[in-house]
Design a protein around this ligand. Structure first.
Ligand code: G1P
Length: 277
């Protein structure tokens, strides 16, 4: 049994990079082949033993809620046809997991979105998946790898990282740290900076959209000031905990596609399509 039982998905954002596609359809419902990004994200959480899904959403995103509800009419229409199994995976998620929703009233950054989930998460460690970052792996999913590491460091938060080009660091939270003893992929974080310039960046190790957070993060977020753009950054809150030695950055095994960008979305589509052919 996983000690992480809940996963929070911040899904309130407008997805303006994909307009006009995202005018009436949430960006998390855009599919790579036939499966929407949010379903990949929920399946990754399930692979880590999590069955409580907490969506921090907005009133414009009812399609996400509908996706995780049974649809008896469609099911009846595909019964005993070659399409019968096409809803199996989403139906499994519906059967085994519970889904709860809370609305983020203002778009004040990822830290604010996570803080909005506090009432549903309560007082336990939890995972966060940003569905834009689609991760694949040959063996354990990225979140399962992270929950295994968390079990060895239960009072720490864990962020997933990957090395990116120097020209790309300004899109990410970037960390600096030192490898844990006997480890080649887990760092004790000393410094983290949200979207630095190449000159300011403490390294090229960028945070990607997978986190395990202890409930202490809520206390810290409450007092984390907004940045110069008026957003409360999870990176800034984590920096407060990093100063106490409580943040580990984990260089995961696997591949990540930035499906929040058109380039990454097309790449993911190609790679997934190739697997089918
Ligand atoms: C957020 C975080 C950033 C992180 C990124 C990963 O940024 O603020 O630290 O590196 O997700 O995808 P966003 O992409 O929401 O601007």
């Amino acid at each position: 049994m996983s000690i992480i039982k809940q996963c929070l998905f911040p899904v309130a954002g407008y997805g303006t990079r994909f307009l006009p596609a995202t005018k009436a359809i949430p960006k998390e419902m855009l599919p790579i082949l036939t499966k929407p990004l949010i379903q990949y994200a929920v399946e990754e959480a399930m692979s880590a033993g999590i069955c409580s899904m907490v969506m921090v959403t907005s009133k414009h995103k009812k399609a996400i809620e509908n996706h995780f509800k049974p649809h008896p009419e469609i099911e009846a229409s595909i019964q005993n046809t070659t399409k019968e199994s096409l809803l199996d995976e989403v139906n499994q998620a519906i059967e085994y997991c519970d889904f709860s929703y809370t609305e983020q009233q203002q778009m004040l950054g990822l830290g604010h979105a996570i803080y909005t989930g506090q009432a549903l998460i309560g007082n336990a460690p939890f995972a966060v998946i940003l569905p834009d970052d689609l991760c694949t792996s040959e063996s354990d999913s990225v979140l399962l790898q992270m929950t295994k590491l968390y079990q060895q460091h239960p009072d720490c938060c864990i962020v997933a990282i990957e090395a990116v080009l120097e020209s790309e660091v300004d899109k990410y939270g970037v960390i600096d740290g030192e490898l844990l003893p006997n480890s080649s992929n887990a760092y004790r974080v000393h410094n983290m900076v949200e979207k630095p310039t190449a000159v300011e960046a403490p390294s090229n190790l960028a945070i990607i959209g997978r986190y395990i957070l202890t409930s202490e993060i809520f206390t810290v977020l409450k007092d984390t000031p907004a940045d110069k753009n008026g957003e409360i950054q999870i990176t800034d809150a984590l920096m407060t905990l990093a100063k106490q030695g409580k943040v580990i950055a984990y260089q995961f095994q696997g591949k990540r596609f930035d499906c929040g960008s058109i380039n990454g979305f097309v790449k993911a589509t190609h790679v997934f399509a190739k697997k089918l052919l």
